[in-house]
Design a protein around this ligand. Structure first.
Ligand code: ADP
Ligand code: MG
Length: 247
């Protein structure tokens, strides 16, 4: 057996336009098993579009995207199976507000036939421990704070046993005093070896948790490197300007 780490996500020269707006320009990026990649960059630079392409919520105009070794635009690839291995967490939670916490977490694994209801509920309770909300199983989602909702959204994504987690500004809609609770859950996942791609403006978190930081600007990866390289010795002028505004 090779000791080499597996490539989980392989993106090669991807382009995407909306009409005249060339949003992603020749983006290439490999993410390895267990790696935590943090994507930073100004609003409108294409970060969300990039994440959404990884589970084919958007289709690239050209280029190759492989997830777990599967070319996701190949018609022979079962995209739903690939998607089951990718958990996604959004800025605005996207929970079912009229359902209880546990129903939100068990819905997908039960509906997709991955687990029985009893198995899914057992797993959901473990996940509620993981995200620090063991008492909330039967609470209606509408009764939760934003920080609690986001931790439930993370538990819901984990219920499918994904091997990649995508986070799109998971703390941007939260009150400052609960941001840390959500980041702590993400730090825990990183420690457990979860492969993660995270779009965030939390530079302290990026410094602490990222294996690699990728700077997006104008639809291009302008620079990428270790947190050390990116935050203490940025080379790209646009990155320097960006950091001077956010740090
Ligand atoms: P970021 O997440 O870095 O803020 P986005 O990926 O959301 O950037 O957006 C990049 C560009 O693509 C922006 O100019 C945005 O207006 C445009 N865009 C994003 N989604 C769509 C869409 N569904 N239709 C048309 N334009 C879009
Ligand atoms: Mg975005």
């Amino acid at each position: 057996m090779s000791e080499e780490k597996q490539v989980k996500v392989h993106v090669d020269k991807v382009n995407k336009s909306y009409g005249d707006n060339h949003v992603l320009r020749d983006i290439s990026l490999d993410v390895m098993d267990n790696e935590v990649v943090v994507m930073i960059g100004p609003s409108g630079s294409g970060k969300s579009t990039f994440l959404r392409m990884l589970n084919q919520l958007e289709k690239p105009d050209s280029g190759l995207i492989e997830v777990d070794g599967y070319d996701i635009s190949d018609p022979k690839t079962n995209i739903n199976k690939v998607r089951e291995n990718i958990g996604m967490v959004f800025q605005n939670f996207n929970l079912f507000n009229n359902y209880s916490v546990i129903d939100n977490i068990t819905l997908a694994p039960v509906q997709l036939g991955k687990m029985t209801k009893a198995e899914a509920e057992k797993k959901a309770k473990e996940l509620l421990e993981t995200v620090g909300l063991p008492d909330k199983a039967s609470a209606p989602v509408s009764s939760l704070s934003g920080g609690q909702k986001q931790r439930i959204a993370i538990a819901r994504a984990l219920a499918m046993d994904p091997d990649i987690m995508l986070f799109d500004e998971p703390t941007s809609a939260l009150d400052p005093e609960v941001v840390g609770d959500v980041l702590d859950v993400m730090k825990h996942l990183a420690k457990m070896g979860m492969t993660m791609i995270i779009v965030t403006h939390e530079m302290g978190f990026a410094k602490q948790v990222a294996d690699r930081v990728v700077f997006f600007e104008s639809g291009k990866i302008q620079e990428s490197g270790t947190p050390e390289q990116i935050f203490t010795a940025p080379k790209n002028e646009r990155l320097q300007t960006f950091l001077s505004k956010v740090m």
